[in-house]
Design a protein around this ligand. Structure first.
Ligand SMILES: Cc1cc2nc3c(=O)[nH]c(=O)nc-3n(C[C@H](O)[C@H](O)[C@H](O)COP(=O)(O)OP(=O)(O)OC[C@H]3O[C@@H](n4cnc5c(N)ncnc54)[C@H](O)[C@@H]3O)c2cc1C
Length: 631
């Protein structure tokens, strides 16, 4: 590596959530990294909701942390509010959400990156990729300066040939106040990639001094705090409330009357937007019988008056936005600091990547984040981490890290991206995982710490801490199975407060299986449990593993069964045109995606089960898998 001559081990294009994780992972593993951004003051910017986590996304953050990534640590250090959502529901859907101080988050991430001596920062616009013999060799910026590296990770977010819309006015920009990235899309097409367009949007930012909070409902964080990172020493910070208000008939009327000024409804924007984060005009049109929609008003940080209006994203004209906003209780006199807008951008459908996130036909070139068709900071960070690790693995000729669907949401996310044609921004949802009972936010360290440690990103100290936790959980489960609680009057008096009663003694592990009984209650009922004084993360794990034992075992069996198909490999050189008796649609899909296993083939939309059977017979007959193994 010779930075004087612009030579690096890895170039990371983009310093958003994917880029930061990619740069940190590869640099921590020892690569010399050039990290490029259109604007160095906006490292790890949250251009939309200033919040990390929520359903499924919180599990991604915990998985990133268990593998030795950065997002969880930064979110823990910069929160304005921490809240566990769905507490009354099952553990598979419980989700931590951190309202973040947006500027502190940027500053914290900036400091972490700057203090890594393997990372060299560069504010520039990469406009061309260099490749030779189907291998990446570097990149060129807008001034024609060449940067040489055997690996490049593209994490360009919403910037590629991006266009912002406010009403029928449009201009070229990746995010409000930031230039778009020109040239890279063409360079990718020249290298043989195909590109499509997507759209997303963000709501207004309003001056908090012009809001009447007394007309809104306050929403507080948790009293007993949970954190993202499994590492200790998380700061206890003062928490701040969010606020709830709602739309009404007047809001809906203004929106309906102005749909002719919407670039979406007038057909100027053709790209699909995020189905699970619709604009307010979409909500009014699609759910026309709904008289009102919830709108959350959330702080963006302690050093700014900007409040984020969640649920009110729009691409209507700025003056219409003000009118509709002022119909909301508490926002009658609102002053808008930044308008809502929609942005259209290029993405590179990720079926052109392998599970390692390296592209199929340019070796050494990786893609992560929104460029792969996803939406969301956590989804981006998760991919960035994997791309960063695999850039290192590729250079060192080590085995690529490809997480399975049953190991993690990260594995599920990447498998979906490289297997399915994504036609709208992909967001992680618990329903996307067939194993969601096993893939919980509470057990991400159990699932992935071993891998994080083996890769070299999870340090010895943290790994030992995890092993201790694991041992304590195992021992405590055994102790609860062995310890009997007598049916004394005192015990029954306490139990009756929770609608329970004991006729005879019972083992603690049996008692905790009852729906009304928690580990915390056992601490009150039984002196030894109290004396142990286990930490919340440990006793929650114990409680979940005992309470849901039957369901978990069933899902583990499901993983075993599905594993059979994942083990049947399809050779890289297979010629689908030579296979008779499969439908044209299946053949076209298999040819396009080129799945690596029968399991992956079975998840491709349009691939018929009968055709898969033909393929399996043919693989067996020609002993294709064996040939591959012998190579
Ligand atoms: C208007 C808007 C609304 C959004 N709404 C939502 C939402 O509702 N829900 C949701 O989950 N997510 C939303 N997002 C998406 C969320 O911001 C992204 O998914 C997430 O930030 C993507 O992370 P990333 O790392 O892929 O890209 P980003 O965080 O966007 O970072 C991209 C980085 O690449 C740099 N870059 C780009 N091109 C070049 C180049 N050629 N050379 C050098 N540097 C380059 C940029 O400067 C930036 O540092 C929204 C984003 C925007 C802009």
């Amino acid at each position: 590596m010779d930075y004087i001559n612009n030579k690096f081990d890895c170039i990371v294009v983009g310093a958003g959530h994917a880029g930061c994780e990619a740069a940190l992972a590869s640099a921590r593993l020892g690569l010399k990294v050039l990290l490029c951004s259109l604007n160095m003051d906006n490292i790890a910017l949250m251009p939309c909701n200033p919040a990390i986590g929520g359903p499924a996304k919180s599990t991604l953050v915990r998985e990133i942390d268990a593998l030795g990534g950065q997002m969880g640590v930064t979110a823990d250090a910069t929160y304005l509010q921490m809240k566990t959502l769905n507490m009354s529901k099952g553990p598979a859907v419980r989700a931590l959400r951190a309202q973040s101080d947006k500027k502190e988050y940027i500053q914290y991430m900036h400091n972490v990156i700057q203090s890594n001596s393997n990372i060299y920062l560069k504010q520039c616009c990469i406009s061309k990729l260099l490749a030779k013999d189907d291998k990446i060799t570097g990149a060129v910026d807008e001034y024609g300066i060449e940067y040489i590296a055997p690996t490049v990770i593209l994490t360009t977010g919403t910037s590629l040939e991006a266009k912002i819309w406010v009403g029928l006015n449009s201009y070229q920009a990746g995010r409000l106040g930031e230039m778009p990235a020109h040239g890279l899309s063409k360079s990718l097409i020249d290298l043989g990639f195909y590109i499509k367009r997507l759209k997303t949007g963000t709501p207004q930012r309003v001056d908090k001094r012009t809001i009447d909070f007394s007309k809104m409902q306050e929403e507080y964080g948790d009293n007993e705090l949970s954190f993202y990172s499994f590492r200790p020493d998380r700061p206890i910070r003062k928490q701040y409330p969010c606020y709830l208000t709602k739309t009404n008939e007047e809001t809906h009327r203004i929106i309906r009357e102005n749909l002719d000024k919407s670039p979406m409804y007038q057909g100027y924007i053709h790209a699909a937007g995020p189905r699970y984060c619709p604009s307010i005009e979409d909500k009014i049109v699609r759910f026309k019988n709904n008289p009102s929609h919830h709108i959350f008003v959330e702080p963006e940080g302690l050093s700014t008056y900007e409040m984020y209006i969640q649920g009110f994203s729009s691409s209507l004209p700025a003056e219409v936005q003000i009118k509709m906003l002022r119909t909301l209780p508490g926002l009658e006199h609102a002053h808008v600091i930044k308008p809502a807008y929609a942005v259209e951008y290029d993405y590179v459908p990720a079926v052109q990547n392998t599970h390692s996130l390296m592209t199929k036909h340019v070796k050494g070139l990786f893609m992560a984040g929104q460029i792969n068709g996803t939406s969301g900071y956590e989804e981006a960070a998760a991919q960035g981490l994997i791309a960063g690790i695999n850039a290192f693995n590729y250079l060192n000729k080590s085995e690529m890290l490809e997480l399975s669907r049953s190991s993690s949401y990260i594995g599920t996310l990447i498998d979906d991206l490289v297997t399915k044609d994504i036609e709208e921004p992909y967001r992680m949802l618990t329903s996307r995982s067939e194993y969601r009972l096993l893939l919980r936010q509470d057990n991400a360290d159990f699932r992935l710490s071993e891998i994080g440690h083996k890769i070299g990103l999870l340090d010895e100290e943290q790994y030992k801490r995890f092993l201790n936790k694991k041992e304590t959980v195992i021992q405590e489960i055994q102790r609860l199975k062995d310890t009997k609680l007598s049916a004394t009057d005192e015990v029954n008096q306490k139990l009756e407060q929770y609608g329970e009663h004991l006729d005879k003694g019972i083992r603690l592990a049996e008692l905790i299986k009852r729906p009304n009984i928690t580990y915390k209650l056992l601490q009150e009922l039984e002196p030894e449990t109290k004396k142990l004084n286990l930490t919340k993360d440990v006793y929650e794990e114990v409680e979940i593993l005992i309470k849901y034992d039957g369901y978990l075992k069933r899902q583990e069996d499901q993983v075993m069964n599905a594993g059979r198909l994942e083990k049947i490999k399809i050779p890289e050189n297979i010629d689908y045109s030579s296979i008779e008796h499969i439908s044209t649609e299946t053949r076209e899909k298999l040819e396009k995606i080129r799945p690596v296993t029968i399991g992956q083939a079975s998840r491709i939309g349009g691939v018929k089960p009968a055709d898969l059977s033909v393929l399996m017979v043919m693989l067996e007959r020609h002993n294709y898998s064996k040939q591959k193994d012998n190579c």
